[in-house]
Design a protein around this ligand. Sequence first.
Ligand code: PEP
Ligand code: MG
Length: 321
Amino acid sequence: HQQALRPFVDKESIDAEGHHVELAGNIGRPEDVELVVANGADGVGLFRTEFLYMDRNSFPTEEEQYESYKTVLEKMGDKPTVVRTLDIGGDKELSYLKLPEEMNPFLGYRAIRLCLDDKELFRVQMRALLRASVFGNLKVMFPMIATLDEFREAKAFLLEVKEQLLSEGQAVAEHIEVGMMVEIPSAAVIADLFAKEADFLSIGTNDLIQYTLAADRMNEKVSYLYQPYHPAVLRLIKMVVDAGHANGRWVGMCGEMAGDAVAIPILHAFGLDEFSMSASSILPARAQLAQLSQSALAQHTDSILSLSTAAEVEAYVAENF
Ligand code: PEP
Ligand code: MG
């Protein structure tokens, strides 16, 4: 099976009509980039930087982080590398950062909330990232954005750190896209407002599904509610894609759903621009994409969005695509 997919390694990511999409890889550790490159990815769509902070006894220094980002950016060359700023809290804990016990960690002090509250922690990562930006095609992405104010504050902080670096005589890439994850329903609903200010939107379905259905993604007892094809989830995704495009922004997805063979035809019908997935899913996705026709799929969009349950959606895909 894997053998049959090898020829797709250097193929372009295009559908049967020649429509291009970006098929990118998700990474955690810098060394993961090897597998992403080996599988012919068009870029890195999600670098989960929290892994640089985990499995150790203290915060990684600016220099350590700089080396990690530089390694990945150099390996990817001109291809885009979307680096997500620190997303700890919730399910991701650090032994050396004692956070207060919370009743609902997934609804609590985490990710961008923590970084905006602890700017010195955030500054170290931002400096390392911006210094590394000259080695490749860096795009910066903020996690868990719920309000426009958070995005504005995070972006303003990035620009402030950039100015500081330039005044120190450090080199920073001239143009760096600054985008955000859409993984909280509030952000999906006002994606039109975010798309006016963010350079791109990347949908984080792992969290978007759990927050939309109020079902903990780690809890087996409610896993039946963790439904990627729930009509509410699909409608939110469509809204985000449309909002991005209406404002000239590209829209990606970096949750597990982006590499799911049932979801791919739906997402291609919706016009998603970038699919970021685990390295092993890239070639199967490229092979599948080559069989799809966007114009034919798009004719099904309204029908898909009018279905009532996840089961109906799955049946529809099985029958029609
Ligand atoms: C997501 O929520 O879909 C996502 C990609 O982020 P993570 O899985 O790291 O929370
Ligand atoms: Mg997430």
